[in-house]
Design a protein around this ligand. Sequence first.
Ligand code: URP
Ligand code: ZN
Ligand code: ZN
Length: 463
Amino acid sequence: MGIIITNGRIVSSEGILEKDVRIVGEKIVEIGLNISKAGDKIIDAKGSYIMPGAIDVHTHFDADACGIVADSFYTGTKAAISGGTTTIIDFAEQVKGGTLREALNQWNEKTEDNTYTDYGYHMTISDWNKETQKEMEDMVKEGITSFKMFFAYKDLQVGDGAIYEALKKSKELGVLISFHCENGYIIDKLREEAILNGNIEPIFHMETRPPALERESISRLISIGEVVNTPVYIVHLSSKEGYEEIQRAKERGQKVLIETCPQYLLLNKDYYLPRGQDSFEGAKYVMSPPLRDIESNKVLWKGLNLGEIDVVATDHCAFNYKVQKELGIDDFTKIPNGAPGVENRFKLIYTYGVREKKITMEKLVEVLSENPAKIFGLYPKKGVIKEGSHADIVIFNPEYKSIIKAEEQIQNVDYNLYEGFIQYGRFEYIFLRGQIIVEKEKIINSTPTGKYQRRGKPKFHNN
Ligand code: URP
Ligand code: ZN
Ligand code: ZN
């Protein structure tokens, strides 16, 4: 006995198909017409799209500030699946002096029986040495086929020599390294100068991280990648300046994969300006890189539409406004960096991308599901509605309208970046490996059933 989803429109990057989908157990077994068998449960998807579950390849659940965690893996993945995301890839973080294995063990403890979505990890490298180099091989055997390194943040950044060696290793292993591109050395100087001059408000977070410093480290990364002759992945691209630098490299024939996030498409630097009584409210938008100008929003939308930007992820990293963001009330450098968004990505990109004709429905599936699955070694198990694939399916009815309100959200955090934004769509059903988790926007399966996904080697476009 299986489940038939009928009367819907199946979306992939290649087009929209009016066919039925049959699920048995955890998988899609057939796509076609008149495929139901006796005893099948029928789900009528009339008026809705049938889409692969979205994949969020950039989350930081269980992020701690002053001993408090806003979104744990439990609440964060519950919010994710409520918002159409059925798989997440979180960053397991090596600490300086620690090993990759220790980070993996720590993340396994956090996630075990504690996630509503399927999940995997990227491994953050912040201490580069011979042991780390050797451990990259061990991580690949564990199904961790992507790593992350930083050009920014005192405690996390490594030097250019380390980046060169790690890229050589990633090339040898056939895996991918993603990079946070902002010049941390100069940013530290700008921050010191700002505080010395009494510039303590949240707006100076943005002022001390100018787009030129994103462009500079993108340019440096691209040059190192060119010398090693291997692709690189840039996380959370925020600026026109950074985008144009990448385009120049691509014109020279270099392989650069790009991720951006809803906040860099939909919000801009005016959010740091004091509003009304509360001059600290900009702290809600303290994330790195910071929000940029409206021109950057436009350039990033255009890049998505042209297929130059590959992925939209969230960089969900939630800290409460009260107590946690308030750590920086007298000094913006003490505001924990990061913002929530895992629950809102799907409908925001649909509402402000597809409905406003900046991208097509096919492109939405490409950047939320298909490309993330391909780039991060989950395809065709995930990211596509196809025979043999996991039945991670979103039945999305585009006609409903609602307003984003923090007080109604599942994310365990006391504000929402998009408070008051109109959004379209309703999740009629969300399946994770054939199991209905969400029905008419409500979680109906209260036990977290997410499983760790061993990922294969990345597949890039044209390879
Ligand atoms: O501000 C941010 N983005 N915090 C999370 C860590 C990172 O840089 O991705
Ligand atoms: Zn980052
Ligand atoms: Zn991040």
